[in-house]
Unconditional design. Structure first.
Length: 293
């Protein structure tokens, strides 16, 4: 077995921090193993001026890392699960779903701004967030904002925005949760499928020491259920669907959000049952939400 491995990551501070988290666990659980982090720019990181949906979606953040795994430049790739496309190459499976960081979304107000009650401009490129936040802040307007966490926080202070919404998981990993003004409950704002979970991708059939220790049962069940919900509804394209699965003992409770393009309305619901049935339950929920229109 290998005693030195390379982890591939995107270049953003958050991506690198996430790769470091995986490196720390591997080195702790597999004594003697050394881990190196190799960063690379993906097409999605390069093209910032266009909407993701127009340039080809989530695949743009993983293509380069997939290639590096295939040609042996790296041995593992670390991704935010929520950024991974629905279709993952057969020979590059997810070998571990890490223990979930806080899955909730958070509001960050521009310095000096006290409230959004009287209105304001919320920077978000996520229709999932905008739709749900519009119910909470009916007087606000939404404006696209793109870039990594740091870029967005910079734009918040220097451009025409009063607030932005980010995943608490990313802010916590970066030690930046101090900027948060409000944390939305998972009912107020259903998180994106996979939010807070890291997906560790490897080569099929290859064993890397320590990887089993990275895998978390609850995260794996949640990942399957949440992604099952999304896959049933739109195959992971651009619709603002959202799903969050909470596991307690043998039970799973899944919240889902479905957006109906024609009417511009969304609806949310929950389903509970046995955790090992998560994916089936998620699809049942998806079907019933869709049936409401
Ligand atoms: N699309 C960027 C992205 N991908 C994953 C996270 C947060 C970390 C996570 O979900 O584990 C973020 C930042 C954000 O949405 O605020």
């Amino acid at each position: 077995m290998k005693t030195h491995i390379k982890i591939g990551s995107r270049e953003s501070a958050l991506a690198v921090r996430q790769a470091e988290i995986v490196k720390e666990i591997l080195e702790k659980k597999a004594p003697g193993l050394t881990v190196e982090i190799i960063t690379m720019k993906t097409t999605g990181d390069r093209i910032l001026h266009k909407s993701l949906e127009k340039i080809g979606g989530k695949g743009l953040f993983v293509k380069e890392l997939d290639r590096a795994l295939l040609d042996g430049t790296i041995d593992l790739a670390v991704h935010s699960l929520k950024d991974m496309p629905m279709e993952i190459p057969r020979d590059l499976p997810v070998v571990a779903y890490t223990k979930r960081e806080d899955p909730r979304d958070a509001l960050i107000l521009k310095a000096g701004k006290i409230s959004l009650k009287q209105g304001g401009v919320i920077g978000s490129s996520s229709r999932r967030r905008s739709l749900q936040a519009a119910k909470l802040y009916p007087r606000c307007v939404f404006k696209n904002i793109r870039g990594n966490v740091q870029t967005r926080l910079f734009k918040l202070e220097h451009e025409d925005y009063d607030a932005t919404i980010l995943a608490l998981a990313g802010l916590k990993r970066l030690g930046m949760e101090g900027c948060v003004s409000r944390i939305f409950s998972v009912d107020e704002m259903i998180p994106s499928a996979g939010q807070g979970i890291l997906a560790v991708q490897g080569r099929k059939g290859e064993k890397i020491p320590g990887v089993e220790a990275l895998d978390d049962d609850k995260s794996r069940i949640a990942a399957k259920a949440e992604r099952g919900f999304v896959r049933y509804l739109d195959g992971g394209c651009t619709s603002p669907v959202a799903a969050y699965a909470e596991i307690a003992g043998r039970e799973v409770r899944i919240r889902g959000l479905y957006y109906h393009e024609e009417s511009g309305q969304f609806t949310a619901g929950t389903i509970s049952g046995e955790a090992h049935q998560g994916e089936v339950l998620a699809k049942r929920l998806a079907k019933s939400l869709k049936g409401r229109f």
